[in-house]
Write a protein that binds this ligand. Sequence first.
Ligand code: F3S
Length: 69
Amino acid sequence: MTERLRVHVDPDKCQGHARCKALAPELFELDEYGNAHEAGDGIVPPGLEDKAWLAKSNCPEIAIDVIEE
Ligand code: F3S
């Protein structure tokens, strides 16, 4: 069975580059300052796992964690 993934944005590290939102709009939301947080509870719906890893690897601030549960 495939492990479930969850994304988490570290608000102390995020500087609002918004690459996560561009690459995985289903998984991230931006606040009024342009900083990201995970959509909902951060659970990655089936089929979006690649986008989660892509967002993590493209964040210049290394603010995104992908947690395997
Ligand atoms: Fe923030 Fe990184 Fe996204 S800096 S807005 S988590 S690309």
